[in-house]
Design a protein around this ligand. Structure first.
Ligand code: NDP
Length: 285
């Protein structure tokens, strides 16, 4: 059996390079059981990192995750996120405890600041340290921070204990390769790539219908979506977190952990979707 590609956090804990997203889960009562089943199927196939947030369906996605991981908490690496307006002081404790209740667990493996808001980073770091000391979170990180924000974080006491930056990254949005990704590599900091399949809309069909992507998918007898995931995790220290709501997609995504793109295939993709040559603002959704 092939070994799944892993990514190692600075504290030595390793996770599979593909996890499971949950945005838009928990929105409708009638879908929740199916969504929880889909996440469990992903766990069965080795997609043991689950990414969620207090924001998603205003707690609904965390409730679905709670249902999915019941009885198998130890198999899961659980990531959740705090709203920026809750990321300090007593509000952070309350937000985290609410997430824990919805998730039906007593700890979160990795707790992220969802994006930078009005609360000073130094206060967020203190809040994260307190949650960690209380055992409510094992480690903490950030999301949607560009290089200047990361440097600002590194300049506050305790800021460099951050364990990840979760940012938008896919074949048609490569801006982080210019400066943020190399900087994270220098700090041995894994990057979590959200929207690795470009989510919905025209960009997504541009990607999935792109002749270069389709050609390589045919060569390797896999799907275009699997090429996009294999491309995101082609380099060390990058974790892709696609959201999938059906069995076929989950199976494909798990199998993408074992797809290796050749230099020639990567070159073809570079020509179709060139790497950035100058600084661009961090893409967000
Ligand atoms: P994705 O790029 O993961 O795209 C999700 C879409 O792709 C869904 O419509 C899904 O359909 C479809 N899909 C999944 N697998 C396949 C497949 N193998 N073949 C074809 N289609 C597939 O977008 P997301 O926005 O969901 O991003 C992923 C996750 O990242 C989120 O769920 C969330 O956890 C996180 N995120 C974080 C953000 C942040 O600010 N930190 C912002 C946005 C996302 P179906 O459901 O039918 O399987």
């Amino acid at each position: 059996m092939m070994t799944m590609k892993q990514v190692i956090f600075p504290d030595g804990v390793s996770v599979p390079a593909i996890g499971q997203g949950t945005w838009y889960m928990g929105e409708r009562d009638g879908d929740k059981e199916r969504e929880a089943r889909a996440l469990r199927r992903g766990l069965d196939l080795g997609l043991t990192l689950i990414d969620t947030a207090e924001m998603y369906a205003e707690g609904g996605a965390e409730r679905v995750v709670g249902q999915a991981i019941r009885g198998r908490r130890d198999d899961v690496f659980l990531v959740s996120k705090v709203y920026p307006q809750n990321a300090g002081g007593q509000k952070a404790v309350t937000a985290c405890e609410n997430s824990l209740r919805r998730l039906q667990t007593d700890y979160i493996d990795l707790y992220l600041l969802h994006w930078r808001g009005g609360i000073p980073l130094a206060q967020t770091v203190v809040a994260m340290e307190r949650l960690q000391q209380a055992g409510k979170i094992k480690r903490w990180g950030v999301s949607n921070l560009d290089l200047a924000d990361m440097q600002a974080l590194w300049s506050v006491p305790g800021g460099s204990a951050c364990m990840t930056d979760q940012v938008l990254y896919h074949l048609a949005s490569r801006g982080i390769e210019y400066d943020l990704l190399p900087w994270c590599w220098r700090q041995s900091l894994p990057v979590m790539a959200y929207c690795p399949l470009a989510q919905g809309g025209k960009l997504r069909s541009d990607l999935l219908d792109n002749p270069a992507v389709i050609g390589i998918a045919k060569e390797l007898r896999v799907t275009p979506a699997q090429i996009l995931l294999a491309w995101v995790i082609r380099q060390p220290g990058v974790i892709a977190i696609p959201k999938a709501g059906n069995d076929a997609h989950i199976k494909e995504n798990a199998e993408a952990l074992n797809i290796l793109l050749s230099d020639a295939q990567l070159h073809t993709l570079d020509e179709a979707f060139p790497a950035p040559r100058r600084k661009t603002h961090l893409d967000i959704v």
